[in-house]
Write a protein that binds this ligand. Structure first.
Ligand code: NAD
Ligand code: ZN
Length: 366
């Protein structure tokens, strides 16, 4: 099956998203996306074991002219820190990276966000090619140009808008992804249906088994459709002054959970996609409570997320008032009061200001 290509406008220029099985072994799209001679491949220890040798071999075969260095970090959300960013830019310095150097971000959203931020800040911005290896990164984080790191005080508090020079999504890489991470990625896929297109929720419901089993056709189609939903809204609103914020459906709640748990997804807490699944259920409930949507819509979303094996309840032991305090600090809040992405029913996301804290507390405690 031929790789598919989607062209996306961005403030840094147009870029292509390539989706297909075997793109890393092939290497052509990647080789073509690199302009200068210096390349820093940023990755994590899991991906370094599995996908890195394939990618490196392709690059060395097709681009013997390149000077390549590898920067590898330990896996996990807890590593998306300023300390790891500093190591990445130090690696660029050691490589002698000039303004035409390229960072290749090979990994999940953690590597993509961190390596993208290193590229955004090195000499005020060099190319980053996103090579997502998790479903979540393929359908969401690699597209759209948000990069950054977490602080103990909150998720993604330090960052930059820095669109990629290309996105290369090799769906064959997903064959080694742990089932839990696959399900976490499906949460962000469900998100697009929830905010943009109720028929996509039906499509997902029909293909739930196939997607969970890693069926190549269904997976490639889900990735492409997701990238299209995301690319469309990002093209209209690259800096999140309006509509793009719809993509944060489930995220105000989800980020509060992740932050409150200290980014311990790998060691007992929820990973990002799981926290978003819980957050979407809460956002749907809040919408019902505020009279914006029917209970049936919330029930339907809950059922789909459960079918994908995702968590749908706030983890035991998290204090609702502590979560509320976290939400006041989230970037999605503003001075006027809590701002939430809710929905007016399936497929109709809406940004709502001045949501009363009492309503939020009721949903959190329920
Ligand atoms: P992740 O990067 O931590 O990857 C999940 C795990 O899978 C890691 O242990 C990783 O080592 C492993 N892994 C990756 N690819 C693999 C493969 N092919 N085979 C086996 N193991 C593999 O997590 P994620 O879910 O990809 O990304 C979550 C992050 O993305 C969060 O920090 C979130 O804030 C961010 N995010 C950013 C955006 C954005 O617009 N920039 C959007 C959504 C999410
Ligand atoms: Zn997300």
């Amino acid at each position: 099956r031929e790789p598919r290509r989607l062209d996306v406008e961005s403030p840094r220029g147009a870029y292509a998203i390539h989706v297909g099985a075997g793109l890393l072994a092939d290497g052509r799209q990647l080789a073509e996306a690199i302009r200068g001679r210096h390349v820093l491949i940023a990755t994590d220890a899991n991906v370094a074991r599995i996908q890195l040798p394939v990618l490196e071999a392709s690059l060395r075969r097709l681009r013997p002219d390149l000077v390549i260095a590898v920067h590898c970090m330990p896996p996990g959300e807890a590593e998306k820190t300023l300390g790891r960013w500093q190591e990445a830019v130090a690696a660029l310095a050691k490589l002698g990276a000039t303004r035409d150097a390229t960072v290749v971000a090979l990994g999940g959203g953690v590597v993509g966000d961190l390596a993208g931020f290193a590229a955004a800040t090195w000499m005020r911005g060099i190319d980053v090619v996103q090579v997502p290896t998790t479903l979540l990164a393929m359908v969401d984080s690699s597209v759209g140009g948000k990069t950054g790191v977490d602080l103990p005080a909150g998720k993604n508090l330090v960052g930059a808008f820095h669109p990629p020079a290309a996105v290369i999504a090799d769906t064959a890489a997903l064959s080694t992804l742990p089932a839990r991470e696959l399900r976490a990625g499906l949460a962000e896929v469900v998100k697009y249906g929830a905010i943009f297109d109720a028929t996509f929720l039906d499509w997902l419901d029909d293909r739930a088994e196939a997607l969970l089993a890693g069926d190549p056709e269904a997976t490639a189609e889900a990735v492409l459709r997701s990238c299209r939903y995301k690319a469309d809204v990002v093209a209209r609103d690259p800096f999140e002054r309006g509509d793009r914020a719809l993509l944060n459906f489930g995220h105000t709640f989800g980020h509060a959970i992740e932050t409150e748990q200290g980014y311990t997804g790998a060691t007992g807490g929820l990973v990002h996609g799981e926290a978003v699944a819980v957050g979407m259920v809460l956002a749907a409930r809040l919408s019902t409570a505020l009279g914006r949507a029917a209970q049936a819509d919330a029930d339907r979303l809950l059922a789909l997320l459960q079918r994908f094996g995702l968590p749908t309840r706030v983890p035991a032991g998290l204090d609702p008032s502590a979560l509320l305090a976290r939400m006041r600090l989230d970037k999605k809040a503003d001075a006027a009061g809590l701002r939430f992405v809710l929905w007016d029913g399936a497929g109709r996301g809406v940004i709502v200001r001045d949501v009363p804290e009492s309503a939020v507390m009721a949903v959190l405690a329920g």
